[in-house]
Write a protein that binds this ligand. Structure first.
Ligand code: BDR
Ligand code: CA
Length: 315
């Protein structure tokens, strides 16, 4: 039996991932770790705790992690997409419980991996800084983790943070490179897959009209996110990056096209910094996972994920 830890920078689609996991894996979502990204790390923790409380699960611990990338930068560019507070301006009641469990995100990740060998799945939907720090504290955890499932990168698809780079990788390319090289079983879910699964304005209205308070909050928070996506997609629809990745971590059968190959992160300064370069030529014939040589890259997933998400959030 697997234990899931969500590592997130709670923003709008991270909130959807939290809701999805509360509905679909209520007993195996063991903890949540937070990181800078869409918002600063304090705000990410506050949003996460408020959402868990809204979902009736303030028993799930939230461990705050990195406030900046490994090299000390934080560009703070998520507001345009996720709104000033990361939740499209929706004000939630401040969480009543204590402010975090007093153990940093990287220490928690190391401890959980050590205490539960072969069982921990990390669902990473923010910059990879917490995991990179955990791996430098204790490189041995790479082989103790069941799997690391990452929302990040863009292999054929253009970037979103920059023309070449996807936001989670772009926030901390060095951390991403370290995680991809760590030797754990890694599944990378890039924009190529996540941009294909979208929530529509009608589905947002369905969430708003449901009896679930969590679904109503997600619908409200999605307003700003849908406004942003009006510049990306025709009609009213937004990408479901983080909840899709949470779903794939629980249900790998949703993957319809995947390639195991080398993925390298562009680290050099310049326009391609943060780009994920996957060898899609079919030349890679090496082992599936060993010593960080290869990563499973998800290119496509079953269509219609938004229906699963809406049903889960309404439940
Ligand atoms: C990723 O970046 C963030 O804005 C989203 O929450 C998602 O994790 C998409 O590029
Ligand atoms: Ca995210």
């Amino acid at each position: 039996d697997r234990l899931y830890i969500l590592d997130c920078d709670t923003g709008v689609d991270d909130a959807m991932a939290i809701g999805y996991l509360l509905a679909e894996a209520p007993h195996s979502l063991t903890g949540v770790t937070t990181v800078f990204g869409n918002v600063d790390v304090q705000r990410a923790s506050l949003n996460t705790r408020a959402l868990l409380e809204l979902g009736g699960r303030s028993d799930i611990p939230v461990h705050a992690g990195a406030a900046t990338s490994l090299d000390g930068t934080f560009w703070g560019s998520g507001h345009r997409v996720h709104g000033e507070n990361g939740l499209g301006g929706v004000q939630l009641a401040p969480p009543a419980g204590a402010a975090g469990a007093g153990e940093s995100a990287p220490s928690y990740l190391v401890r959980m991996a050590r205490e539960n060998p072969g069982r921990v799945v990390i669902i990473a939907v923010g910059p990879l800084t917490n995991l990179a720090i955990a791996l430098s504290m204790d490189p041995g955890i790479a082989e103790l983790l069941a799997e690391i499932v990452i929302m990040g990168g863009a292999v054929r698809h253009p970037g979103n943070a920059t023309p070449a780079a996807e936001a989670n990788i772009w926030h901390d390319p060095e951390a991403a490179e370290r995680v991809l090289r760590c030797g754990a079983r890694v599944r990378l879910v890039p924009l190529d897959a996540t941009m294909q699964q979208r929530l529509t304005g009608e589905e947002q209205a369905e969430l708003a009209a449901s009896g679930s308070r969590f679904a109503q909050v997600v619908a409200q928070a999605a307003e700003h996110y849908l406004d942003f996506y009006a510049s990306v997609f025709p009609g009213r629809q937004c990408a479901l990056h983080d909840p899709l990745v949470a779903a794939l971590a629980l249900e790998p059968a949703l993957v319809t096209s995947e390639v195991t190959t080398t993925v390298e992160v562009q680290l050099a300064p310049g326009p391609a910094r943060g780009q994920t370069v996957a060898d899609l030529r079919g030349f890679y014939k090496g082992p599936v996972h060993r010593e960080g040589q290869a990563t499973s890259v998800v290119l496509e997933t079953q269509t219609g994920f938004s229906r699963h998400l809406v049903e889960a959030l309404k439940s």
